[in-house]
Each structure stands twice: as structure tokens, then as C-alpha cells.
Design a binder for this molecule. Sequence first.
Ligand code: HEM
Ligand code: HEM
Length: 127
Amino acid sequence: MNTLSRSCWIASALYLTIGMGLGIYMGIAQDHTLAPAHAHLNLVGGVLLALFGAYYAITSGSGIRRLGVIQVVVANLAVLTLAPGIALAVQGEGEGLAIVGSLLALSSMLLFLTVVATQPRPVPVSA
Ligand code: HEM
Ligand code: HEM
């Protein structure tokens, strides 16, 4: 497994661990106010980062790797702003951070689209 995909999988597992912790907290407290923050931490952080990690594990190429690093950094910045931003927004503390996180999430997906669409032919990584 290359460093880029490994970093995606580690980040994914970290986001899911924190997201599950928040889910358990919500269950115990019987307060589901933060459910949208929990949902996006698990989905945008846990699921999408795992998807990116899977893609970068099965493809190679230096061009892809360079743009991929930028894409993954932007995706992580998106998670780290979107989830807390949603938490603040649902508690009426302002929507600024959620907006920043949304735009970063969209940017990372456009970068991923560029990575996927511009690679002429996926090169399978040999065993
Ligand atoms: C320890 C594991 C987890 C616990 C204890 C947990 C707990 C919860 C709780 C209490 C809610 C609020 C439910 C409501 O208000 O109706 C919720 C919502 C949600 N959770 Fe989790 N969760 C866990 C893991 C996950 C994972 C791994 C994902 C996604 C990969 C996920 C996705 C969601 C989503 C999308 C919602 C929003 C559902 C809706 O609003 O209809 N959860 N979770
Ligand atoms: C730019 C990124 C995104 C923005 C701005 C965004 C925004 C929102 C908003 C405003 C809601 C309604 C929340 C509420 O009812 O209180 C929502 C719900 C939801 N979103 Fe997203 N979303 C984004 C990305 C995603 C992605 C990538 C996924 C899945 C991989 C996702 C999964 C969900 C789910 C499952 C719900 C329903 C659960 C809930 O209400 O908490 N979202 N989203």
C-alpha cells in the first residue's frame, strides 16, 4: 500500500472512531442535536476518505500522486471544518465554518473528479 492510500485509510479510521464516539455520546445523553455533524464526520470523513484510499491503492502514476496529495489534503481540511462547522450551525453558533467546510468538500470532490477523469488508463499496482 502506498503512503497516500495509507494516509487516507488512517484518516478514515480516525474520523470513524471519533464519529462513533460522538454517536455513543448522543445515545447515552439522549440528545441527537449533533446527528448531522456525526453523520457528515462518518460519511464525508470515514466513508469518502476510505473510498479515496481504495482508489489510490489500486492506481499509480506520478501525475496522479501529485494531484492526489493536494486532493487528499483538501478533503481532510474539509472534514476538519465541515463537521465542527455543522455542529456550530445546528447549535445556532453561526454558519461560517460550515460554509467553508462545504466549499472545501466540493473542491476536494472536483479535484477527485479531475484525478479520475484525467488518468488515461488506470495502472493496476502489481502485487
Ligand atoms: C458506534 C457507532 C454509532 C453510534 C452509536 C451511532 C449513533 C447515532 C445516533 C444516536 C444518531 C441519531 C439518530 C436520530 O436522531 O434519529 C445517529 C445518526 C446517524 N448516524 Fe450514526 N452512529 C454510529 C455509527 C455511524 C456510522 C459508522 C455512520 C456512517 C458511516 C453513521 C451515520 C449516521 C447518519 C447518516 C445519521 C443521521 C440519520 C438521520 O438523520 O436520519 N453512524 N447515529
Ligand atoms: C458539501 C458537502 C455537503 C454539505 C454542505 C451537506 C449538507 C447537508 C445538509 C444541510 C443536510 C441536512 C441536515 C439536517 O437535516 O439538519 C444534510 C444531510 C445529510 N447529508 Fe449532507 N452535505 C454534504 C455532503 C454529504 C456527503 C458527501 C454525504 C454522504 C457521503 C452526505 C450525507 C448526508 C446524509 C446521510 C444526510 C441526512 C442525515 C442528517 O440529516 O443528518 N452529505 N447534508
